[in-house]
Design a protein around this ligand. Sequence first.
Ligand code: AP5
Length: 216
Amino acid sequence: MVRLILLGPPGAGKGTQCKRIIDKYGAAHLSSGDILRAERTAGSALGKKAQSYMDSGALVPDDLIIDMMIAAMKKTPKGYVLDGFPRTTVQAKGLDKALANAGEKVDAIVNLVVDDSLILPRMTGRRSFPKCGAVYHVQTLKPKVEGQCDKGCGSLVQRADDKPEVVSNRLKTYHEQTSAVVGYYQKKNAVILNVDASREIDRVSEAIFQKLDSLK
Ligand code: AP5
């Protein structure tokens, strides 16, 4: 069973790599962004509260996120890969507390490192099918038929927060509030696996698998 945290700026490839990690090692993919988007689609109270933060590239308040993610983790007895959570040191402390209460700890933190200059083209070229979770890119990860999900789900869409002006806000938010989470775990002597995520997708996966296998 694996319990991992995947960190990295928006567009680093967290969602893309998470899918490959769970295919290889099992466990559930718990993406705070995907859960929030599902809440929005369902029109829940949480989804409505989250909407304006997400549309502007700001973070949804910590208390909402911590409760949402701890509830999701409790439903996954076979381990998990946390994607996009924790995103502040307050969230990291909330996660630590919940893990201590459950007598659990994470095996490692995979930190995807990529320069800001590569982010904008990745985000503006992203296309996805939210229901099945498939993610493509118009240049680097094309679907078999242009604009259509390979799983036969239907037409691909562009996320509203992938507009250039929102992407730059999300990057700003990352540097101001999220990059400190790596330092938080460093101080706690957690196992941090830094991976160069500027390479092509398969090379990044290989580097992650190599580092995870070396932990066994
Ligand atoms: P969220 O959905 O988590 O967005 P994010 O962290 O900004 O990450 P992304 O999903 O945009 O990128 P990714 O790293 O998964 O990249 P992907 O693999 O898709 O959050 C959205 C919003 O929700 C936040 O702004 C916030 O408002 C709210 N939120 C979520 N969690 C929160 C929390 N914990 N606290 C508070 N608020 C929260 O790849 C991107 C594209 O690049 C794809 O097209 C892919 O094909 C391509 N690509 C990937 N890897 C490579 C590569 N190596 N080379 C070339 N292309 C690549």
